[in-house]
Design a binder for this molecule. Structure first.
Ligand code: PGA
Length: 253
């Protein structure tokens, strides 16, 4: 059984004081461990240490990006081992905002995936089509290419570490959510693609999250789709008031 994963992507938000408030709120909302799910929070690099210290051990903490290099003369970059050293255990790779604003392509993301796994991090590999690509009927082709070029050549044991996130670009931060039928269809397609690359066992065990304007109102029906193993939440993860209902939807799904 794949456990549901409720993940929060804070993007470039929150200073130290805001982080401490969020941690205090989390302890207020959840006095015991929410049962049967995984929770993961992706703060900016500057918040990794504080979140790891302040949150209960069962909450996973991850970075939003990682260098494709191991170490050395790469000014401004942060390595996988540095992320792990901060106490974090995961990293987002290929979020559409990195693809769009930082020109990250599948080849680069392939290197980042390998280096993340080698550094002991769980990579959350993000894929998603734009509105124009969907309207042109190219959504599956785009997703297949992102999956193949990003993951091909990884060993089975590397592939087993990956969590996938399907985030249609047009649904991110827009208030538009893909319908549960479209989400289920795409997640099923993604699982078949993973099976083609790494075999049915890896595909059956690989968590596939949905992301794009998820709220407490839409989370329950999305989480009940058979191939949706969790949600990656941006805006609604910034406050417990909006994030706690999504965590609870995960427990109930
Ligand atoms: P959103 O962001 O929930 O604000 O749409 C999701 C994401 O970008 O991961």
């Amino acid at each position: 059984m794949r456990k549901k994963i409720i993940a929060g992507n804070w993007k470039m938000n929150k200073l130290e004081a805001d982080i401490q408030t969020w941690i205090a709120d989390f302890h207020q909302y959840f006095t015991g461990e929410p049962k049967g799910i995984r929770i993961a929070i992706f703060p900016p690099f500057t918040g990794l240490g504080s979140l790891r210290k302040g949150l209960p051990h069962y909450v996973e903490v991850g970075a939003q990006n990682v260098s494709e290099h191991l170490e050395g003369a790469y000014t401004g970059e942060i390595s996988a081992t540095m992320i792990a050293d901060s106490g974090a255990n995961a990293v987002l790779i290929g979020h559409s905002e990195r693809r769009q604003y930082h020109h990250e392509n599948n080849l680069l993301l392939h290197r980042k995936l390998s280096i993340a796994v080698q550094g002991g991090l769980t990579p959350y590999y993000c894929v998603g089509e734009s509105q124009a690509e969907r309207q042109a009927g190219d959504a599956e082709h785009v997703i297949r290419t992102q999956l193949r070029e990003g993951m091909i050549g990884l060993s089975l044991s590397e592939a087993e570490q990956i969590v996938l996130a399907y985030e249609p670009v047009w649904a991110i931060g827009t208030g538009l959510t893909a319908s549960k039928e479209d989400v289920q269809k795409m997640h099923h397609f993604i699982r078949q693609e993973v099976a083609g690359l790494f075999g049915i066992n890896v595909a059956e065990n690989m968590p596939i999250l949905y992301g794009g304007s998820v709220t407490g109102a839409t989370a329950p029906e999305l989480l009940n789709c058979p191939d949706v193993d969790g949600v990656l939440v941006g805006g609604a993860s910034l406050k417990l008031e909006t994030f706690a209902p999504i965590i609870n939807a995960g427990v109930e799904a």
